[in-house]
Design a binder for this molecule. Sequence first.
Ligand code: WT7
Length: 646
Amino acid sequence: MADIESLLKEKRVFKPSPEFARQANWNKKTVREHRKAGEKPERFWARMAKENLSWFTPFTKALDWKPPFAKWFVGGKLNVSYNCVDRHAESWRKNKAAIIWEGEPGDTRTITYGELHREVQKFANVLKGLGVKKGDRVALYMPMVPELAIAMLACTRIGAPHSIVFGGFSADSLRDRINDAGAKVVVTADGGYRRGVPFALKPMVDEACQATPSIAATVTVKRTGEPTEMKAGRDVWWHDEMGKASAKCAPARLDAEHPLFILYTSGTTGKPKGILHTTGGYLTHVTTTARAIFDLKDEDVYWCTADIGWITGHSYVVYGILANGATTVMYEGTPTYPGPDRFWDIIERWGVTIFYTAPTAIRTFIRLGDEHPKGHDLSSLRLLGSVGEPINPEAWIWYNKIIGNRKCPIVDTWWQTETGGIMITPLPAAVDTKPGSATKTFPGIHAAILDEEGSEVKPPDGGFLAITRPWPGMLRGIWGDKQRYKETYWSKWKDTYFPGDGAHRDKDGYFWIMGRIDDVMNVSGHRIGTMEVESALVSHPDVAEAAVVGRPDEITGTAIVAFVTPRGGVDAGETLGKALLAHVTKEIGAIAKPKDIRFTDVLPKTRSGKIMRRLLRDIAEGKESVGDTTTLEDYSVVAKLRGEEE
Ligand code: WT7
């Protein structure tokens, strides 16, 4: 609550500078016109789809809306790789850098649009050679190497939806995602670099593929050169296949609603949801927003620090950026390797002009000290972005002053895996910014603050954020689970999308996002379900019961705290704690490791047997140290008392 209080008290306003406004893709006038047009979302987005994308066959109808199922750009045919690569490779951009890549050890590669064009076609042929056909799913489990972008684009070329699994997820998570999507091929690498040391990926694929009946083949990129086992008849090397592949593969003419990708995200149950995005609407949304919000120009060197394994990387490292013919920077490793100034060093050396990162990273840099950014020439920067969680005003001001030298607009962009692209955001030449507020909806996007019944809440009262009209980048479903799609997103109110965030609006109509209101934690800008961590914990033989809550954390936004009841006779101590951390890492991945594990003989429950999460959250925020079971015992008494009140 303290955070929300301080956000409410934030009064500072930053106006767009006249210099920025003069050169912007979307100036005040354009934005005014687009907002007006956006009152009829179908018409506005149809115009954007025509202006910003190349279509093989024009669409005949902008939107077919049978709630909660939408079809955008009906009858239209296009190809994502054609829009992101061919049309630039066929223009003066042929020899322009599409991807500037930097490995953690310091090796670099620059890939022009012309080169990308050849590589994408070659890999599309490799996939075809492995039996991948239109509609078949391909899993990508890779480090941040250019081959990941190439593989994505190759999938889109032949109409094979990809399912990217972040390289930090465990073999078990990979296996579950492969099986849920029924993927035919996995593309991976021998490994990647993190904090100066190589980590292996292929062994995880081998482990996962012991129980993935749909997998017919794997392709491995050689990145680290570490010894890697290859299974004859199933595993091939990227470089071997690419060496043999033809560089000609015509782009498939795909329906606007052809599935583009599946991306798994956490929800309120133990099972991640496969969020499905399709072709024409998604590409229109990310291309238009990237151009308007980041003010992308041909001269720009754009860098989004997100891993491609997350939606931010899909939409704003790859698709939205390349579709605009811009130069995108990809960095493989840790922000603080070999020193705390790695990011600033990258910005200075490549002359990065647009920088998009997460509040958790900004807070880390604040703590590391101003001398690191101040030791570099960051004058190339002209626009800064933030995404993933609410940015606290202090971090916003630091970002503005220390990184932006007070001259760069900051775009705090609210959106989700499900929304595909940015929804609530400043437009850098047209919207005054207030530190901590994502400001207003993008033209053509309609949002409101509603109460439980669906009535609009009057400013400045808080309520649930709601999206009241369909939008082109919206998820089209949860893979294989229509019912869950309806229930999760469309059952709270009639024909209105429920994102799961709390928010309020101020007197100027600005949105202030307060964070998740469900049992989903936002750890370093990534969603992790409390249930997921709980089911991982209780799957350990020594655990009888577990409850997981989030606790505010200065750097990561939320820290995971687990309350664990060991089975009878099991010693609750450091050894078990360590074993559980290793177990969660194995079940989900290191990102889901609790920061704190507390052992307790009983979990506080209501009479009906529901775990009292609110009480656990209070306890988690308190002062008790790890393994202090006595205090918690006392709390369980408090819990029983409070249970009577509920
Ligand atoms: C959740 C979505 C969208 C890319 C990264 C996260 C939170 C995201 C903001 C922001 C306040 C934000 C919300 C949202 N969130 N951006 N600018 N201000 N909160 O994608 O993993 O799907 O998570 O992240 O809670 O629901 P995701």
